[in-house]
Ligand binder design. Structure first.
Ligand SMILES: [Mg+2]
Length: 402
């Protein structure tokens, strides 16, 4: 069996969208009703831009005997960049290779540009798309779910948290949070960092209070604070009983994270930015994370995710699946890895997954938690199949179905 084709497809939630048009700039302060004090202002310089539309890059690998594997590269808002890397750099290295030599392929792709300084970012997102497609293909070739090829399952009943409690006002968010509790979720995540700090924390405390005893509230600050602000905010969250404090500092401030982990009693979570095992090793050696959130479609795929999870376990750190602008391929890749690692904690289930066509109409069977858990089926590969008509409708590239 040899790799015969390597292709990638930009899929967007709205067909008339042209890649990267209409970026949503980072905005701050929009939700704040009071005038921020000079010392408490947030200029938003650490916040990311987002695409105007949900967009993903899906990767298809086809063998000479007609087997197909699908992967996903998490690449907003520049899926065309990952696409060029796959077409021009990786596909020529893959054609004719044994698709089951997954670690050897990963190593070759990573090595192909490392001396030129490409060991992270979109390079690893593109490798992730290929790696996940190879695991899906291996599962189909061997008639086994991916989690079994990875040595699992520890469990196929995966706990999830609802990510993003929506609402314009605190009252709206309390209502939404209570609704998620009624659906069976025992953990959910709120964002802070776009408004005045005190107002943000008042809102979080109100939501924590509203679901106390039923659900843990996790808090994501998107890397906007300095170290002292993060310690002060963290202490308030500690007193309120938050479940964790995520990304309070910019990702480059590893020493700041180590000091914060030391200072706070609640877990400090980070790691959605890091893309390879060496970045995580540095973090663990400095004790700069209590919980990590690697994104399997950004951090080199299932193969690298497994190594990151193992290195985390060596340091007694647990990991969570990160997902955001994604399809069920992304979520399934994270879930299969979760099922096969002993130190997995929680899977992120983005609020947008409830409505976006990328997570619903695009696939034959959407992935939806029941009572806050997702169950993995015992089917070959990742277990995701597409609705071909919807795929063609939402895809910006030509596809011929095999
Ligand atoms: Mg986050």
């Amino acid at each position: 069996m040899k790799i015969a084709r390597v292709e990638s497809f930009r899929v967007v939630a709205q067909r008339d969208y042209e890649g990267s048009a209409g970026l949503r700039a980072a905005t701050v302060g929009a939700s704040g009703s009071s005038r921020p004090r000079a010392l408490a202002r947030n200029d938003g310089r650490h916040l990311c831009v987002y695409p105007a539309q949900a967009e993903v890059l899906l990767v298809r690998i086809v063998t000479d005997d007609g087997l197909v594997g699908w992967g996903e590269a998490h690449s907003p808002p520049i899926p065309r960049v990952a696409q060029v890397l796959i077409t021009d750099l990786f596909a020529p290295q893959l054609i004719g290779r044994d698709p089951l030599a997954i670690d050897a392929i990963w190593d070759a792709l990573y090595a192909s540009m490392r001396l030129r300084g490409y060991g992270t970012g979109v390079m690893l997102e593109a490798i992730a798309g290929i790696d996940i497609a190879l695991w899906d293909l291996a599962g189909k070739a061997l008639g086994q779910p991916v989690y079994r090829l990875l040595g699992g399952p520890y469990s196929t009943h995966i706990p999830c948290y609802l990510s993003g409690v929506p609402g314009e006002t605190v009252e709206d968010r309390i209502r939404a949070a209570r609704g998620f509790v009624a659906e069976g979720y025992t953990a959910m995540k709120l964002s802070v960092g776009r408004g005045p700090l005190d107002e943000d924390l008042d809102g979080v405390e109100a939501v924590i209070e509203a679901v106390r005893g039923d659900a843990d509230v996790l808090v994501d600050a998107h890397g906007v604070y300095d170290a002292r602000t993060a310690v002060a905010a963290g202490r308030r969250l500690e007193r309120a009983g938050a479940g964790w404090f995520e990304d309070p500092l910019p990702p480059e401030d590893v020493d700041g994270y180590a000091a914060l982990c030391q200072a706070l009693d609640i877990p400090v979570a980070n790691g959605e930015t890091e893309c390879n095992r060496w970045q995580f090793l540095d973090k663990f050696r400095k004790r700069a994370a209590d919980v990590i959130l690697p994104d399997v479609c950004r951090a080199g795929g299932i193969s690298e995710g497994r190594k990151i999870a193992l290195i985390a376990d060596l340091h007694n750190v647990r990991w969570c699946v990160h997902a955001s602008i994604s399809t069920p391929i992304h979520l399934a890749a994270g879930l299969h890895l979760a099922a096969a690692t002993p130190n997995f904690l929680l899977c992120e289930y983005p609020q947008s997954f409830r409505t976006t066509p990328l997570a619903n109409a695009l696939v034959e069977t959407p992935l939806r938690p029941v009572d806050g858990f997702m169950d993995l089926a015992d089917v070959p590969g990742l277990g995701v199949s597409f609705n071909r008509d919807v795929f063609r409708e939402l895809c910006l590239d030509e596809i011929d179905w095999i």
